[in-house]
Design a protein around this ligand. Structure first.
Ligand code: NAD
Length: 477
């Protein structure tokens, strides 16, 4: 499905008209192509006094080939900034107007806020970000690093660290031009896996893979993460199951995970067999025709995985259905079907795969929820219940499986351009598309890239997260 309005706006004539009329102005988003540099320009890295992550983050970014400049808004930059002017048409060299603030345009602003231990220290955020508010390149990134409030040493520190959410979510709404903003809480006493998972998270959030993710809070905890031999093939050697893979988001997940090196087992209902076979052939994967709601589906699936691969490293629970009606008009069949496909079948499959030891240590469960599961939606009591249940499943299983080295996360897509959303009546569809910070719907590949990052072996310490892929939709928190 195409967004004709966005295509029109992105043309020269359309842009001028839209500006004059004050209409929504959806920017063209930067998306990932293997081999791309991480960012369209240098990173300005700032830190509050006493920040504990500046050193590891500098090392991570430098190793990733990023040009790192440092400065706090009051300190001169350590590197010359004239070459920032070469960063494409938007790369004008602007003086930021605050004393010795680094000038130029940046691909990202990264700020280590872990040193902020009380509310008065929050002023350092203003000092860093205020002079740079117009210095971020289109589709650039803002990332604030903090300490999880629950892991803080005092109530004042926890208060200040919680306050970081308000800054990042507001920047996501304010900066425009496809710039996204995220808060990453990093556990202070992390194990050896923490820096690797921080690296995986930064590589995802800075790159075009996270084009439609904004205003999110991601938690990096502990876990035995493995550094990939090649960050362009972070899933090399992994056996991945993707349910609902014949079309839409599931087909995009299968393609992206195969591109990233995984051996993909693509599953869908027998009625979608031809489309499923086409996806599996295209990516060199295998196809399994199976209705997930069948009583013997979990054992048949487990037998297939055991016989063919001996294990499954990553399970992506993507298959889902809608059967919309307001509650008073909804028959029980609609309720039952949605709950069974979207939630109960996932539980049954997880149980059998885990009982039979088919998901090894280092395994990943990634489920697809929805912003309807966070905000609720008229006409979708069944769907929203199932999708909120998926979040509950993450909350319950992530700590329960941590000891086995298995991570459990979910993505919650907002408005994604698929057949499902193409069926929504035009006016409601337009509202859904525009009511987010990026003023457009996301693409299936945006959800797929986010699932990919959560599936990487390097992301072991990212568990228990629900990451919205919604362009910072106005629906929900
Ligand atoms: P889609 O309808 O295009 O694809 C869903 C796939 O799941 C289909 O191929 C279908 O055959 C398969 N499936 C359904 N029931 C099955 C069963 N019993 N056994 C095996 N396979 C089954 O939908 P989509 O838009 O690609 O959505 C994928 C997931 O993303 C769903 O969980 C959906 O709820 C979620 N989601 C989508 C959006 C969106 O905007 N499109 C937003 C939020 C969440």
């Amino acid at each position: 499905m195409t967004d004709r309005y966005a295509s029109f706006v992105q043309s020269g004539a359309g842009r001028a008209l839209v500006k004059r009329l004050g209409l929504p102005d959806p920017p063209r988003l930067r998306r990932h192509t293997p081999g791309d540099p991480l960012l369209p320009g240098p990173v300005l890295l700032g830190a509050a006094t006493g920040g504990r992550l500046t050193e590891p983050v500098t090392a991570i970014l430098t190793a990733a080939g990023v040009d790192v400049r440092t400065g706090t808004g009051t300190t001169p930059p350590t590197a010359g900034h004239d070459d920032a002017a070469a960063d494409g048409p938007a790369g004008r060299n602007e003086r930021a107007g605050n004393g010795g603030a680094p000038a130029g345009r940046f691909g990202a602003l990264v700020y280590d806020a872990t040193g902020i231990t009380d509310s008065t220290g929050l002023r350092q955020l203003y000092d860093f970000f205020h002079p740079q508010a117009r210095s971020v390149l289109p589709s650039g990134r803002v990332i604030v690093l903090g300490t999880p409030p629950a892991g803080c040493g005092s109530p004042r520190e926890a208060t200040a660290q919680r306050a970081l959410e308000g800054l990042t979510r507001s920047i996501g709404k304010e900066f425009g031009r496809g710039v996204t903003a995220q808060l990453v809480y990093v556990t202070p006493e992390g194990d050896a896996g923490t820096p690797t998972s921080l690296e995986a998270t930064l590589r995802f959030l800075l790159s075009g893979r996270s084009a439609y993710v904004s205003g999110q809070v991601v938690r990096v905890g502990t876990g035995p993460a493995a550094v990939p031999a090649d960050w362009d093939r972070p899933l090399a050697g992994q056996v991945v199951l993707v349910t609902g893979a014949a079309r839409g988001i599931g087909a995009a997940v299968a393609r992206v995970l195969a591109r990233d090196g995984a051996q993909v087992v693509a599953l869908d209902v027998p009625a979608a067999g031809d489309a499923l076979a086409a996806v599996a052939n295209e990516i060199g994967g295998t196809a399994v025709q199976l209705d997930l709601t069948g009583a013997d589906a979990p054992t048949r699936l487990a037998d297939h995985l055991a016989d063919r691969h001996g294990r499954v490293d990553v399970v992506v629970h993507n298959a889902g259905i809608t059967r919309d009606r307001t509650l008073g008009r909804m028959d029980a069949d609609r309720w039952d079907a949605v709950l069974d496909v979207n939630l109960s079948s996932q539980e049954r499959i997880n149980d059998v795969l885990l009982e039979r030891g088919l998901i090894p240590g280092g395994g990943r469960l990634v489920a697809v929820s929805s912003i309807a599961g966070i905000a609720g939606n008229r006409g979708q009591t069944n769907y929203a219940t199932s999708k909120a249940g998926v979040i509950g499943l993450v909350d319950a299983l992530a700590p329960a499986l941590a000891g086995r080295g298995i991570s459990v996360n979910a993505v919650a897509p907002g408005f994604i351009e698929t057949r499902l959303t193409a069926r929504i009546p035009l006016v409601i569809r337009e509202a859904g598309r525009r009511m987010n910070s990026l003023a457009q719907g996301g693409l299936p590949v945006d959800v797929a890239e986010t699932i990919g990052w959560l599936a990487w072996p390097a992301s072991a310490a990212v568990s228990g997260n629900v990451v919205r892929v919604c362009g910072q939709s106005l629906l929900g928190a």
